[in-house]
Design a protein around this ligand. Structure first.
Ligand SMILES: [Zn+2]
Length: 359
């Protein structure tokens, strides 16, 4: 089973002989910085049909932060399911801190690393000067909240302030352009190429200048350096190469239990996570109880194994999960956990479809 945190582990820690190391995602695309930058024109692709994938991306959430004693603690976060019977103790602890101290420095000093999403989609690489051998191929892309922000923004309709006219949003995962029948008939929204630009900044790569180009049919980069719309047959050939995303998404039953995470935290930090709130905390008692059925021995993250290695990230800011696996960090971290709700996230598939439908 894939866990985002597994990427941090060193290959030597894996003892499986027959299985591939679980942190290796087949067909994963990673951009390559050259002279401090990269520019990749890519197309997000729809979900693989008939595979049970309903939406064109999957999300895992993870916590990773440094303890006072300098060790790193990480766990997958079950919060995305919005299931009242599944609680993430780290999120629960943080919300207790915010409730008790408000938005104060005291609270900011006490909260633990907020969860971060990792999204995965199929993409077609149209043009990539730094790695021309990736052009014309389908990959799976891991991306952060910042890139998802571009997607959700592109989906939304916008209003022209001068004319009052609506500038329709796009479906970033569509093969088709404004002149295709399915778009003209209103059955589908047009897609567009995404220009993913990364510039090396002091805090990691910045993607600020990335953007969607004008809507058009999926296209390919030809030898004459021009982009040509694909034929229906070429689209079919791309469609046939789509990866499933299901094997990346961590299913509910594979998460470490609430109790196991608390115990691991306590052991590693040398203190009781809920000590401050333990007196008469009904929430804690209740969640501990309700989390019991999840107490399955299917640990996806053994942080003792993963974080106890010399390969742990050294910088103080929250590190990206790909950092030790490659030299290409993907996350432009939030600077701290100081704000809880200021960042755009897509909470679930319903939100995604609602945004597409209503826009
Ligand atoms: Zn959490």
């Amino acid at each position: 089973m894939y866990s985002a945190l597994n990427e941090i582990g060193s290959a030597n820690k894996r003892k499986d002989k027959d299985e591939k190391p679980s942190y290796e995602i087949e067909g994963l695309f990673k951009p390559l910085m050259k002279n401090g930058k990269f520019k990749v024109i890519l197309r997000f692709l729809p979900a693989k049909v008939g595979d049970g994938d309903e939406i064109p991306w999957v999300e895992n959430r993870i916590h990773l932060f440094q303890l006072e004693n300098g060790q790193w603690f990480g766990c997958d976060c079950v919060g995305k399911f919005k299931d009242k019977d599944l609680k993430c103790p780290i999120c629960e602890y943080n919300s207790k801190v915010w409730n008790k101290y408000g938005k104060t420095k005291e609270a900011r000093d006490r909260v633990l690393g907020k969860w971060k999403p990792k999204y995965y989609s199929n993409v077609y690489i149209v043009k990539n000067e730094n790695q021309p051998d990736t052009e014309g191929k389908v990959f799976r892309l891991e991306y952060s909240r910042a890139i998802m922000g571009f997607i959700t923004d592109a989906i939304a309709d916008k209003k022209d302030d001068e004319t009052g006219q609506i500038i329709p949003g796009i479906n970033p995962f569509s093969y088709y352009g404004p002149n295709d029948k399915c778009v003209l008939s209103g059955d589908e929204k047009a897609g567009a190429n995404f220009v993913w630009e990364g510039i090396q900044d002091t805090n990691g790569p910045s993607y600020k200048t990335s953007h969607f180009n004008n809507p058009r049919r999926i296209c390919k980069h030809a030898a004459d350096d021009k982009l040509y719309d694909m034929t229906d047959d070429e689209i079919e050939a791309v469609d046939a190469q789509l990866y499933t995303l299901k094997d990346i998404e961590i299913p509910k039953e594979k998460y470490r239990s609430y109790n196991a995470i608390v115990e691991s935290y306590n052991k590693k930090s040398g203190k009781n996570l809920f000590e401050e709130f333990a007196d008469g905390s009904e929430d804690y008692a209740a969640t501990t109880k309700s989390a019991a059925p999840m107490n399955i021995q299917t640990t996806t993250v053994n942080d003792d194994e993963i974080f106890g290695t010399a390969s742990q990230p050294q910088k103080m800011s929250t590190p990206s999960f790909t950092e030790s696996a490659s030299s290409m960090p993907f996350d432009e971290d939030e600077t701290s956990t100081s704000t809880q709700a200021s960042v755009t996230t897509v909470d679930d598939s319903d939100d995604f479809f609602a945004k597409l439908a209503n826009s």
